[in-house]
Ligand binder design. Structure first.
Ligand SMILES: Nc1ncnc2c1ncn2[C@@H]1O[C@H](COP(=O)(O)OP(=O)(O)O)[C@@H](O)[C@H]1O
Ligand SMILES: [Mg+2]
Length: 285
């Protein structure tokens, strides 16, 4: 199994983390998060709103510093990874990106080449070719000269993925890549992510809202819940409140997305239906 709830020993993990914890304004948001994402796999991060999925992705992308714990990307401690190396290793697509300046789509994608452009230089012909190639691989070459601000929601999502891919990263972190997209675009974007991972061996960790999409598109799932005080009046060795851990279960979609685990995460009853070998989660009315 490529994902564990705690640590990943010495298996070939692209992303591994152990003991991650973070608080905001005195409230614990992540507690004891450990994970191991196998190289080249697609892993979905699921859990209710506010359980810390975005926060976890930010920590893994070195945009936030955890209060405790460690992250390793391809075996290297994130703390000791400089910005230039980091941006050649990890491509991130944030949840919302609404720049108001009318750069063309190609120029937006070219900003993904900056890790390869030396200081004070401008992107060269090879970078432009890489940007064009990436747009073509996502089926949006025809948008290259269009202002980014005039593209649709689905197109914007693909442009942002193209920008991250132009970085030629080993790891893609995607925060809700399907939110705001219609069904066709959701399936389109997830299909492209799956193809890219398969063809280029890119490791993908993405947050999703729909467990049914996680069943179809991920090799493994990490299911999270909101951290709660374990029981009032209990304290850890440092005198802090003891909290329940963030990760409920991690592993193959079928082993993680059980009615019991879904209830723990979301507090609702669901049934898992087998439809010609494909599993579907349905809330019990
Ligand atoms: N920079 C911040 N300052 C204060 N609170 C934050 C900050 N970022 C996130 N939070 C809080 O942390 C919790 C988890 O947020 P988030 O990671 O966005 O959850 P999710 O992505 O699972 O919906 C929320 O309660 C949110 O309000
Ligand atoms: Mg989020």
């Amino acid at each position: 199994m490529g994902v564990t709830a705690r640590s990943c020993d010495d298996r070939p993990c692209s992303i591994s983390a152990s003991g991650l914890a973070i608080s905001f304004d005195g409230s614990r948001v992540l507690e004891e998060v450990g994970l191991c994402v196998r190289r080249g796999s697609i892993v979905s991060l699921l859990g209710p709103n506010g359980c810390g999925k975005t926060t976890l992705l930010k920590i893994l992308g070195k945009l936030l510093k955890p209060d405790g714990g460690a992250v390793f990307i391809n075996g290297k401690n994130l703390e000791r990874t400089g910005l230039a190396e980091l941006s050649r290793t990890i491509g991130s697509v944030a949840q919302s990106h609404r720049p108001s300046f009318p750069f063309t789509v190609r120029d937006v994608v070219l900003t993904g080449r900056m890790p390869y452009v030396s200081a004070l230089a401008v992107p060269g012909r090879a970078d432009v070719e890489k940007a064009n190639e990436t747009l073509a691989s996502l089926g949006i070459a025809h948008l290259a000269d269009k202002p980014y601000t005039k593209t649709s929601g689905g197109e914007k999502q693909l442009v942002m993925i193209a920008r991250a891919l132009a970085q030629e990263p080993a790891v893609l972190l995607l925060d809700e890549p399907t939110t705001y997209l219609d069904l066709k675009n959701q399936v389109g974007v997830l299909g492209i992510i799956a193809r890219l991972s398969q063809e280029n061996g890119i490791t993908v960790l993405m947050t999703l809202h729909d467990p049914n999409q996680a069943f179809i598109y991920s090799d493994e799932v990490i299911l999270m819940k909101k951290v709660e005080p374990a029981s009032s009046g209990t304290f850890d060795a440092d005198g802090g409140d003891l909290c329940s851990e963030s990760v409920i279960a991690a592993g193959s979609p079928a082993t993680v997305l059980t009615p019991e685990n879904v209830k723990k995460a979301y507090g609702i009853d669901v049934e898992i239906i087998d439809h010609g070998g494909r599993k579907i989660i349905v809330p019990v009315a």
